[in-house]
Design a protein around this ligand. Structure first.
Ligand code: G6P
Length: 609
């Protein structure tokens, strides 16, 4: 999704901004631009496509200056054209970059047009810059003019604005979209994501809802939503390794798949002892574990699939009703909240607009409390939730989520066991058994990764496929959904997933020799039922790709391509057996030559509705 970088320094900021944009590429975008503010005015380059196209323009016609703003755009209002790419201008001296959506842009645009403003783009963003320009006609102070203009805006935004005047400063603001300030030595920065600034600083201040910030070379002044100056804490970025380095891997996605043993171990650390879940991992007050009577999970995309797996665990282990819902649905419906319901959100980014809106709605209702399982400690979701369990996966760059998903599952299993244990639904012996299994998770994932070469071979058979069907039963059904999502996200093959028992209620009509059916068949209690579903497919000439463990007693046969997966305890199957599906979609995408890390039209962090 859109990304912002801004810089003010004593050196030329063009390179800093371009490097910042490269670091934001993972979020997904379709055009980019940079405006440089120097003694001759504000000048910009914009380009459609990759940031490299923008760098080429800078190479051909350099722009130098000590103040600048930059942007990667993910089209919402208007096609991904150069005209619609940010920065947008009002006159020659005032430029803006913007993330988010201005909902009343039509009305504002019409008003501005009647006052003589001419629009050069189809974006909602251009409305903001003209509004600031209009304010500047009666309010000479740039900072105050920006503050005045913001009052007209409805919707979500993060902005950075530059004006060519005597006062060397950037003005930025956030409402509904994330923005951080990077603190340097006699230079300061803003960005939508701290990763964009790791090449220049590791010190960050996270802006809060409604903040407006004035950034100069020497300092940063933050005004809160009541226009009162606030001091906010400086956080030091503490990832040992810069996540934007691909290391020996060709793609971030593969690097992140291979990081899973390490990050799952990090997710378990301090959360489980030898034989029990350490309930203080939920914070000082873990009394909700005892009091909870229902769980409602809300999330989007891959995180939603993690929630669907957790439903099986919570109902099975804790014997509590658990419902799971996509955030974009939850936020707009009337909900009935059963007594003592835990509101649980899942999000790798912690900035997904729908999930945040769902949380805000839930806080107005009568829930027991809100718990966020999230990967970004500084995110809005974490800051706004009563309780947090961090997944500790480290920054994930590939748009298709992998390690963020398996660490979410790990954190969810910890939560399910903790609830079950505190509610007295789980004996100490059973808890010890489960926790013991969890200790072996990193080693199991390591083993699962050894199937990489075999799966790569299988993937070649998908080069010319246009459709695929994934089947699973029980908690492996959401894993089938996740496998289908991964495949469509990065290889653009149309894929669907069904609970295997639903096959004959419709999807069987699609099965013929061109339709690959992918099924994960661990040797669990549903095996015999799943085997009969597979017979139904084989009988119709469908091509079957079966991932099963040794004990399932399945093997290669006519029309059946069998890949052996590791035998693990049933409770761990969803976490371990999603790995072969991640590898499959990765290799299929490589075979098809798609952009694995930045698939078309998708964004890593969806900060608009
Ligand atoms: C986007 C990402 C997905 C992610 C979804 C929810 O669509 O591309 O990978 O699953 O958002 O994001 P969240 O950060 O809330 O988990």
């Amino acid at each position: 999704m859109c990304g912002i970088v801004g810089a003010i320094a004593q050196r030329n900021v063009a390179k800093i901004l371009l490097e910042g944009l490269s670091r934001l590429e993972y979020r997904g975008y379709d055009s980019s631009g940079v405006a440089i503010n120097n003694e001759v005015g504000v000048r910009a380059h914009r380009a459609v496509g990759k940031v490299q196209a923008l760098k080429d323009k800078f190479e051909a016609t350099p722009l130098d200056g000590k103040i600048g703003i930059a942007h990667t755009r993910w089209a919402t209002h208007g096609k991904p054209t150069e005209n619609n790419a940010h920065p947008h201008f009002s006159g020659d001296d005032l430029a803006i970059v913007h993330n988010g959506i201005i909902e009343n842009h039509d009305k504002l645009r019409n008003q501005l047009k009647t006052q003589g403003y001419v629009f050069k783009s189809e974006t909602d963003t251009e409305v903001i810059v003209h509004l600031i320009h209009q304010e500047l006609q009666s309010e000479p102070d740039f900072l105050q003019a920006v503050k005045n203009a913001l009052k007209y805006l409805e919707g979500a935004f993060a902005i950075a604005v530059t004006l060519n005047d005597q006062n060397h400063r950037l003005v930025a603001a956030r409402k509904g979209s994330p923005l951080v300030v990077g603190i340097g030595i006699e230079e300061n920065f803003v960005a939508s994501d701290q990763l964009a600034l790791l090449h220049v600083t590791d010190q960050f201040v996270f802006l809060e809802e409604g903040d407006v910030v004035e950034v100069t070379r020497d300092g940063v002044t933050i005004f809160d939503s009541q226009d009162v100056i606030q001091e906010r804490p400086v956080h030091v970025f503490n990832h040992n390794v810069d996540a934007t380095d691909k290391g020996e891997f060709r793609h971030y996605m593969m690097k992140e798949i291979y990081e899973q043993p390490k990050v799952i171990a990090a997710c378990l650390e301090g959360r489980i002892s030898e034989n029990k879940v350490l309930t203080d991992c939920f914070g000082a007050d873990s009394s909700f574990l005892k009091n909870v009577e229902n769980v409602h999970i809300v999330a989007c995309g891959t995180s939603y699939h993690a929630g669907m797996v957790a439903k099986y665990w919570i109902e099975d282990l804790a014997n509590l009703p658990c419902t799971v819902e996509v955030a974009s649905e939850y936020r707009y419906r009337k909900v009935a909240v059963p007594k003592n319901t835990l509101f649980l959100t899942l999000s790798q980014s912690g900035e997904t607009a729908d999930t945040l809106a769902a949380l805000r709605k839930a806080k107005e209702l009568d829930y027991l409390t809100s718990l966020a399982i999230c990967n970004v400690p500084s995110s809005t979701l974490v800051r706004e939730s009563a309780l947090t369990l961090l997944t500790n996966a480290g920054a994930e760059i590939g748009v298709a989520s992998t390690k963020a998903f398996t660490t979410q599952l790990t954190a969810l299993l910890i939560t399910a066991i903790a609830i079950a244990s505190e509610k007295g639904a789980l004996s100490a012996i059973k808890e010890a058994e489960l926790v013991n299994s969890m200790h072996s998770l990193p080693a199991h994932i390591d083993e699962a990764l050894k199937q990489d070469v075999a799966i790569k071979k299988v993937s070649e058979r998908f080069a010319n496929k246009h459709n695929a069907l994934f089947l699973g039963r029980g908690p492996m059904f959401p894993i089938a959904l996740e496998g289908a999502l991964k495949l469509k996200e990065i290889s653009y093959i149309h894929a669907e997933a069904y609970p295997a028992g639903e096959l004959k209620h419709g999807p069987l009509a699609l099965v013929d020799e061109d339709m690959p059916i992918i099924s994960i068949v661990p040797h669990n209690s549903m095996l015999d039922k799943l085997k009969s579903n597979l017979q139904e497919v084989a009988a119709r000439g469908g091509e079957l790709y079966v991932f099963a463990d040794k004990d399932a007693e399945l093997q290669n046969a006519e029309g059946v391509i069998f890949t052996e997966v590791l035998k693990v305890d049933e409770i761990l199957e969803p976490i371990v057996h999603v790995v072969p599906l991640q590898l499959l979609s990765y290799h299929v995408a490589v075979v098809k030559g798609t952009d694995v890390d930045q698939p078309r039209n998708l964004a890593k962090s969806v900060t608009v509705e």
